[in-house]
Design a binder for this molecule. Structure first.
Ligand code: BT5
Length: 320
């Protein structure tokens, strides 16, 4: 029915009353209103004026799976794409459909329960960003899975440009504000430790014009940085094109193969940091990244190596 209402609106030059739509389609005026509301939630701009009715003024610029696929030069990554207008979280969808093939991409216009690490929320408004997750079936030791987050960070950094840097381990920042977050989850066999699958979720703020109060100081988007709208399909494709070779290198040779470039892009190095891990907290200077992607910190207690699992690193003087 929603499609039929949309068709009527598209074919009407100017306004059409709710009453006319209801008699044309044989539904109640309340039902017309309900569908108009749902269309607005999908990003259609529909004007409503008393005594005149409704008029379609703009259509949403939705993600196009075909355009992403046309711009891909990958072998497996993103060759299969599941697109949804809205869902809870692309990571959750990928986990629910983990029987799909290696490299499948799940992408949505809007996430209603976008997830960060440690149960935190990820703001994912309709049409504002790239909310996507890759389903991966890597042949690598269990302990290396967290390095996929680092590889994805490198790919996003290369793809978005704009002076983006990596805040170890999983944030991509422009200046001192976060433009992308990455959440990697996995399922493995408890007995053998063999990996069933890995889901690597990336949230990139593309055309978000403003953030809720609590995120204003720490979040940014490509639109905010450049003052222009950006093409989400092309950026998504660029990320996937960058991700595949980095990921393949990681699987074949380990993090050591991408360490140098990662370190060059890593804004955390040479900074005083506060490290929070396993309920402990210490401060020190971040001096390097080791062969396994762990952050090396010269702390009061000597050099410590912080692995990129569940840890938080904060700059001593602000978020970065
Ligand atoms: C992350 O967590 O940075 C991982 C975010 C991963 C999001 C993607 S979107 C596609 C896929 N599906 C999902 O459900 N998730 C993944 P963390 O380091 O815990 O950072 C979360 C914190 O970042 C929040 O507590 C906020 O302070 C802040 N935040 C929330 N939304 C943001 C946004 N859109 N941009 C910048 N910062 C945000």
């Amino acid at each position: 029915m929603r499609e039929r209402i949309l068709k009527v609106l598209k074919e009407t030059d100017g306004y059409i009353s709710g009453e006319k739509i209801s008699s044309m389609l044989g539904i109640s005026r309340a039902a017309v209103w309900k569908h108009i509301k749902a269309l607005r939630e999908e990003g259609y701009e529909i004007l409503s004026v008393t005594n005149k009715g409704y008029r379609l003024s703009a259509e949403p610029e939705n993600i196009s799976v075909d355009r992403i696929k046309d711009a891909l030069d990958t072998k497996r990554i993103g060759r299969n794409i599941v697109y949804m207008s809205r869902l809870d979280s692309t990571n959750e969808e990928a986990k629910r459909r983990a029987d799909m093939s290696d490299g499948t991409l799940f992408i949505a216009e809007r996430q209603e329960s976008g997830k960060g690490r440690l149960g935190r929320q990820w703001e994912s408004p309709r049409g504002g960003g790239i909310w996507m997750s890759l389903l991966l079936k890597p042949d690598m030791p269990l302990g290396s899975v967290s390095e996929i987050t680092l590889a994805a960070g490198l790919a996003v950094c290369r793809a978005v440009g704009c002076g983006a840097m990596i805040k170890w381990p999983n944030d991509i920042v422009v200046g001192s504000r976060k433009i992308c977050g990455i959440l990697t989850e996995m399922s493995a066999e408890p007995d053998t430790g063999s990996i069933n699958y890995v889901v690597c979720g990336m949230g990139v703020n593309v055309n978000i014009k403003s953030f809720p109060e609590e995120l204003l100081v720490k979040a940014t988007s490509l639109f905010i940085e450049t003052g222009e709208k950006h093409d989400r399909d092309m950026i998504a494709a660029r990320i996937l094109n960058e991700f595949e070779p980095v990921y393949e290198l990681l699987c074949r040779k380990g993090f050591g193969a991408i360490r140098e470039e990662y370190a060059r892009m890593c804004i955390t190095l040479d900074k005083e940091v506060r490290v929070i891990y396993r309920k402990n907290e210490t401060t020190g200077r971040a001096v390097g990244i080791d062969e396994n992607g762990a952050l090396l910190v010269d702390a009061k207690e000597g050099r410590i190596s912080v692995s990129s699992g569940e840890v938080s690193v904060r700059g001593m003087y602000g978020y970065v």
